[in-house]
Design a protein around this ligand. Structure first.
Ligand code: FAD
Length: 266
């Protein structure tokens, strides 16, 4: 069994950031509220090494011809006369260099430039993306992994579950609206996956994930926890793991992927 002292370091890798105007080549619903958009085209050199990588997606006015910005010291700079489009963060769910395709899964949560774009997306449209700027690589040698999050984290959690090797022990808690929103994953790891259902209650308004994590029996040894989703939930789970479970903050990453009632929280 490993100890904190011999756990390998977490590695940060920077990537050359490029803007890419990609073509929508496939639109498919993974579940009724999760739309997978497959993009293709200018993906040469695209790198995504970490399950929690993200790209910036840009959403202009409907029908507007997308303009590719220049990357300056303050990020993407658009030419004069071209207003900066709305920008949201999304996880590269899968990248296939041989097939030249990048898949992104969008939660269809209702109003918002990203969700609204995904809801109307069709083959032949384009999407402007930038990044990922870097990847965080967490070794696969921890004694166990706790993964928790809502639908927005499903792409990152799904990647992690699929990539961890045989022998890795994963406890996962995922909140979705109902049974039809559950996703199944193929993995060689030893996975114990618990789905919790809101059953019609609005996302970000329940304590379902916290409650489920509180009732988990954590295995012995050194674990690594990754929590992502609505910010209040993520913070509460983080606090619980630090205060009540004594997790080492170095082995805990809790991210607010969105904020209830707040548009463009990033
Ligand atoms: C690193 C990172 C990776 C992410 N990866 C993904 C991903 O792969 N797939 C994905 O779907 N999302 C992902 N998200 C979350 C996504 O960026 C946010 O949900 C974003 O706010 C959606 O933008 P929007 O334009 O649809 O809504 P916004 O204009 O930002 O918000 C409009 C309203 O909708 C609410 N809202 C936003 N998201 C949700 C939601 N999921 N459920 C209910 N209400 C919501 C807001 O509180 C606000 O009231 C990620 C976020 C981060 C930071």
């Amino acid at each position: 069994m490993s100890t904190l002292a011999d756990s390998p370091a977490i590695e940060r890798v920077r990537h050359d950031t490029r803007m890419r105007l990609l073509d929508v080549v496939r639109v498919a619903d993974v579940t009724p509220l999760m739309r997978r958009i497959t993009l293709s085209g200018d993906v040469e050199g695209f790198v995504t090494l970490g399950h929690a990588d993200h790209v910036k997606c840009f959403f202009g006015e409907p029908g507007a011809v997308p303009v590719i910005p220049v990357l300056g010291p303050n990020g993407a700079e658009f030419p004069q006369g071209h207003p900066r489009p709305q920008m949201r963060d999304y996880t590269p769910r899968a990248f296939d260099a041989a097939a030249n395709t990048l898949e992104i899964d969008f939660v269809l949560h209702g109003d918002g430039p990203a969700s609204s774009w995904a809801a109307q997306a069709a083959i032949g449209q384009t999407l402007l993306i930038g990044g990922p700027r870097g990847s965080l690589i967490v070794p696969s040698t921890f004694d166990w992994y706790l993964l928790a999050g809502d639908e927005t984290a499903l792409p990152a959690l799904g990647r992690r579950i699929e990539e961890l090797p045989a022998g890795a022990r994963i406890l996962a808690v995922i909140e979705v609206d109902n049974l039809a929103e559950e996703q199944r994953f193929t993995t060689r790891a030893d996975l114990s996956l618990t789905y919790v259902h809101r059953n019609g209650r609005p996302a970000g308004t329940t304590t379902l994930i916290l409650d489920a994590v509180q009732s988990l029996a954590l295995p012995p040894g050194t674990g690594y926890a990754f929590i992502a989703g609505e910010a209040t939930m993520s913070k509460a789970v983080r606090q619980h793991l630090l205060d009540q479970r004594g997790l080492n903050p170095d082995w805990l990453r809790a991210l607010g992927y969105w904020v209830l009632g707040e548009a463009d929280s990033h």
